[in-house]
Design a protein around this ligand. Sequence first.
Ligand code: GLA
Length: 372
Amino acid sequence: MTKEYTYKVTAAGRINIIGEHIDYCGGKVMPAALSLKNTVYICPNGTNTINLSWTTLPDNVSLDIDKLESYKGLKYGNYQAGAALMWKNAGHKVIGCDMLHDCTVPFGSGLSSSAAIEVSTIAALATVAGDSFDPVDVALKAQQAEREYTGVNCGIMDQYASACGKKNSVMLLDCSTVKCDYLPLNLGDYSLVIINCNKPHNLVESKYNERRAQTEEALSILKTVLPVSCLAEVSVEQFEKYGKKLSGKVYDRCKHVVEECERVNKAAAAMKSGDILLLGKLLNESHKSLKELYEVTGAELDALAAAAQAHPACIGSRMTGAGFGGCTISLVHKDGVDDFKKVVSAEYLNKIGYECKIYDAEIADGITVTKI
Ligand code: GLA
């Protein structure tokens, strides 16, 4: 790094312990921020452009601050442009600057590299302009960028976790109120193991948006018989009574949402009481539901979860994030972690034909700002 950067700003990738595909239905989710993160080194440059460079890419991109809406087609730099535009449109000062991005969240891994880039970009722009910021506000603007600029109609989970995560804590985030409780991540004798199935991503955005539209359809039908404003308000009992109003895939998607909301409540209680075995069981149930009812897993994530669940040291495993590729998380007894990694990797290679990748990551803070 030859340039004299003045601040180092980071935002985290995330895992989601449980509560999948329910943030956009007003549900409670349980994400945690990771030590895999996007770091922005930034300094003012006295111009009207944001100059982007990367530690891992040869590209250099300049964004004209008056034309931020025109960079949607960029392969690299579109997340930064979208984030800067939403921050600026919200009335904040955006000044010319040089930014070096160093991302250790693997792209396309389902660990929210995009949220980490958007959140760190906004926090860095505010910081270099001499402004303080509310991390929740940063998360909301980052989510807006993802939805309006890159076209993924996402919920708030990823950006919130990226901005507001706390070291060694999981968040119990209520996505209808955007309020969060922090629970200590106390897994006793168990460790969390994160494994990427390495499936090449494709069409994730359109499949994601389709799932979201199906839940909206379910809600509009159930609203005719129940006084609810989001699917997360539908109880398991109410679904048993009124679910027959829905049919086909829309029924299946809604059943997943209702039951996953219930699982999050049970998981939060299990986490609080230290019942890690129950937590593991809930992880397995969540994966099954995402496979059979929500249909977002695919052969690769299913192979990884099945190999993990079959290992004697593992008490629970599920896909995490949007699915269609990306990562699983597994709860594994500390004494068996090495063997678990070996056996699951070998079984995955044997079944799928290419290797998975295991990450060593800790649960860490969301945004950090350091003066250099
Ligand atoms: C993606 C989205 C989140 C959430 C998850 C699924 O990560 O960005 O908002 O919907 O998928 O739980």
